[in-house]
Design a protein around this ligand. Structure first.
Ligand SMILES: Cc1ncc(COP(=O)(O)O)c(C=O)c1O
Length: 424
């Protein structure tokens, strides 16, 4: 029965049972961690063949000596790999160093100080960014570091609430950009619908000059189910309505090969790539093409096969979380969670006002969760109900144990809150 429908005596009985279980768990010295979305060691092992794959042959099929300076847009073969991952023509892609987050910083810097699709944002105050929530904490940290004001827009099952986004863009010329994680969104796992992609592609028609869509397709090929979910081509759709310069796309192999030791990609219109190359040329003479060549040799033409091997390791962990949450929480009316078909995260929503309490209870029982609020700009979830779960890094057994504790903490915190509410 739903907790909200229990009478006080039943609620108190439930609280006593849960408190007993909680204290037993707390005494069992657990040390479990569902915080950051990192690949597990077995996933990293899938790419060990990168080491030594060049066997002393550093010249790319296109005839470039990967050991030397130059070719700021990257090896043609690495750009082809980016095309395979992002589903774009290779000539629209720059292949770069190990981190797409660094590219996002560089692109934001270019738009802010020099202008990308229009005048620089620097002279304008305030500059505002639309941040769909829940979202990726590092996008928010990056944006805040430029002094840009962040405005929350809620996510729906098909992407950001586009009525809200369009209204904001139309009514406020200070709104200069939107962050999007369009496939297996971090953390809800949703995939933007074709309608949402189309509306995002045409946003610049309603916005002030220089508006940018930052399209972080970090989980483009991180599918658990095949055939995988399909994401519409935002660049083609933007170009079709004259907005090709207003979209910049990002991706990387961080969660395909080695996190922090992969290669990254930035994509956009010819004009955008020219501007970015000019900015990049101030910072470096060429990215690590040896690593680009290793990746092209290792992954080129076999991305899906490689990602199927990842899926076999990751899918059981997501299924375990879903199974245990269902078994423990179904019908109680105290939590909802996403069931993504790919990506790295699950989002769980508690009763409003309980997320921090649940994270705290779990922490005291030995289960570390991402701090409540991390999914929102400035670390503030106004409803205090969103919890991000990252099941990839821990072993399957640890994920199961941690989810059992999480479910117990949600039940305990909810029962206590509903009981306390009866007195007010
Ligand atoms: C949405 C999103 N973008 C980017 C990154 C980081 O990418 P990279 O390692 O290429 O900097 C992450 C990592 O968790 C992510 O979730």
């Amino acid at each position: 029965m739903q907790y909200a429908q229990l009478d006080i005596a039943d609620l108190e009985r439930e609280m006593a049972t849960l408190a007993q279980r909680y204290s037993a768990v707390s005494d069992s010295n657990l040390s479990l961690d569902l915080t950051r979305g990192k690949p597990a060691p077995e996933q990293l092992d899938l790419s060990n063949a990168l080491d030594g794959i060049l066997e002393g042959d550093y010249v790319s099929p296109s005839g470039i000596d990967a050991r030397n300076y130059g070719d700021l847009r990257g090896l043609p073969e690495a750009r082809e790999l980016g095309a395979e991952i992002l589903g774009l023509p290779a000539e629209r892609i720059i292949a770069a160093g190990p981190s797409s987050l660094t590219l996002m910083y560089q692109v934001m810097d270019a738009a802010y100080h020099y202008g990308l699709s229009g005048p620089s944002w620097a002279g304008e105050a305030p500059v505002k960014a639309i941040c769909p929530v829940p979202g990726y904490d590092r996008h928010f940290t990056l944006t805040e570091s430029f002094g840009i004001e962040m405005t929350n827009v809620p996510m729906t099952a098909s992407g950001p609430d586009m009525d809200r986004v369009e209204a904001l863009v139309e009514s406020d010329p200070c709104v200069k950009c939107i962050w999007c994680v369009p496939k297996y969104s971090n953390p809800s796992g949703c995939v933007y619908s074709p309608e949402t992609v189309g509306r995002i592609a045409s946003l610049a028609n309603r916005a002030s000059a220089g508006f940018m869509v930052f399209w972080d397709n970090a989980y483009a090929v991180h599918d658990f189910e095949f055939p995988p979910a399909v994401l519409d081509d935002v660049l083609a759709r933007a170009e079709a309505c004259g907005n090709g310069d207003n979209v910049v796309l990002f991706g990387s192999t961080s969660k395909i090969t080695f996190a922090g030791g992969g290669i990254s990609f930035v994509a956009g219109s010819p004009a955008t790539l020219d501007k970015l190359e000019a900015r990049l040329s101030v910072m470096l003479i060429g990215h690590d093409k040896v690593n680009q060549l290793r990746h092209a040799r290792f992954l080129g033409g076999r991305v899906e096969a490689h990602m199927r091997a990842h899926a076999d390791l990751v899918r059981p962990k997501f299924e375990a979380v879903d199974r245990i949450l269902h078994a423990s929480l179904d019908g109680l009316g105290i939590a909802e969670w996403s069931r993504p078909r790919g990506g790295y995260f699950i989002v769980l929503e508690t009763i409003p006002g309980l997320a921090a309490e649940v994270v705290n209870l779990a922490g005291r029982a030995g289960v570390r969760l991402t701090p409540a609020g991390a999914t929102h700009p400035y670390g503030r979830d106004p409803d205090d109900r969103t919890i991000r779960l990252a099941p990839t890094f821990a072993s399957l057994g640890e994920v199961e144990a941690a989810t059992e504790v999480l479910a117990l903490c949600i039940r305990l915190a909810s029962a206590r809150r509903i009981r306390a509410d009866r007195d007010t």
